[in-house]
Design a protein around this ligand. Structure first.
Ligand SMILES: [Mg+2]
Length: 122
């Protein structure tokens, strides 16, 4: 199957295992399947940086280079890139993303979260 056929087979209610498997298949087709975890991490950091820039452009009042404004992708697109690269790293490490999230959330739901905002009044 080619990339378009794989994409067209996805459905809105597919589970995370299906998405993770789809990403493995298309990453292999694109020639990134043999990349090391270190290379994957470099790509992830690059995509996180792109996400930060897209958020700065779309969601803040911070200054941005007017000459490059058309070069920046949307927040949605960069979030997708981060997810795809992160999932690809999971595939490299043979980590099931669904299982990893559930196991971590079993810990997180037992924690007590405190707001330490130093700017709020006393
Ligand atoms: Mg990107």
């Amino acid at each position: 199957m080619n990339q378009k056929e794989l994409l067209n087979n996805l459905k809105k209610d597919d589970n995370l295992d299906t998405i993770q498997n789809y990403i493995k298949q298309v990453i292999d087709i694109r020639g990134f399947g043999k990349q090391s975890v270190e290379q994957g991490l470099l790509l992830l950091l690059e995509e996180v940086g792109e996400l930060a820039k897209s958020i700065r452009k779309e969601k803040t009042n911070m200054c941005i280079d007017k000459g490059k404004i058309k070069n920046y992708d949307t927040v949605e697109s960069e979030i997708a890139d981060v997810f795809i690269v992160l999932t690809s790293i999971c595939n490299t490490l043979n980590i099931n993303l669904y299982d990893a999230v559930i196991e971590k959330e079993k810990i997180n739901v037992e924690r007590t979260w405190v707001n330490t905002d130093k700017n709020k009044g006393e």
